[in-house]
Design a protein around this ligand. Sequence first.
Ligand SMILES: Cc1cc2nc3c(=O)[nH]c(=O)nc-3n(C[C@H](O)[C@H](O)[C@H](O)COP(=O)(O)O)c2cc1C
Length: 322
Amino acid sequence: MSIDLAGLGLQSPIILAAGTAGYADEILDVAKPSTLGAVTSKSITAQPREGHPTWRLVPVRGAMLNAIGLANTGIERFAEHVAPTHRLNAHGVSLFASVAGDTIEGYVQVAAQLDGLESIDAVELNVSCPNVHGGADFGVDPPALAELVGHVRAALPSTRLIVKLPPVATGLVGIVQLARAAIEAQGKPDGPNLRPGADVLCLCNTMPAMAIDVKTGKPRISNGTGGLSGPAVHAIVVKIIHDVYTSIAREEGVPIIGLGGVTNWEDAAEFVLAGASAIGMGTATMADPTSPTRIHRGLLKWTERMGAIKLSELVGRVRLGV
Ligand SMILES: Cc1cc2nc3c(=O)[nH]c(=O)nc-3n(C[C@H](O)[C@H](O)[C@H](O)COP(=O)(O)O)c2cc1C
């Protein structure tokens, strides 16, 4: 079940999602490491952040709603204490560092401190954060996204760059334009197999959502609105993966990590058929930390049943038409 993700070998296609698996090692106590390809850290910002007050995470029907507010230790602590001491590599599991910020300078500061850290195998950009240039998110503004990715790539010339997009974009901007902006950004890489823009796309982050307590009339989480994850978003993400894969990612050779609502191997297999090369998991692991192991094994059996030797042979193989 090993895969090649933009030149990075992973022992499993299963990748634990940012913000749902701690910073690095926390999952080792409960999941079988040999069935994990990578763990993505909580998103790291230039300064430590407390995040929003409680409640910041509530269950809703078929999903989970969260607005954690990017609570994290900040880059200094992550680079000095978490990255150098993590035990994932000893188990063959890669560590991806997720980066967040609200200005280009903030992202660049964190990325620059991560570049070249031996214990980090890739950096993932979480672009669903407020942008000081007019208050919009980078994730709804393709030119701003291309500028951000270009600057981050320049600060991160020798590390694999994953760009994680939000699932919906507003107005006339769609997911394919965002993917194109991330892929075609013009930074200057300095390493084998690295591209000027995104090496890998992660689709997707949570979906903007809201839940209201009808007894109090107040929103159920302190931030008012939050991000939806879990089974309810899965079918939406299948289409997003399919759209991005067929419109640009396949042609450009940029692999996709499919992320959103994967709860069983069939969900993961759907992502593969839609165009994903790897499978992210978040919410399901919070309910059952052994679910990545189950899904890794299910995918293995499915690959064999489909007559394929490698999972990669099945990527994008959805059969359209009647
Ligand atoms: C509690 C929680 C915290 C999260 N924190 C982050 C984060 O720090 N950075 C990020 O890029 N995504 C974050 N996410 C989004 C997940 O990485 C993932 O994109 C989303 O949950 C969809 O996948 P799932 O349905 O498998 O959970 C968070 C999600 C949850 C539920």
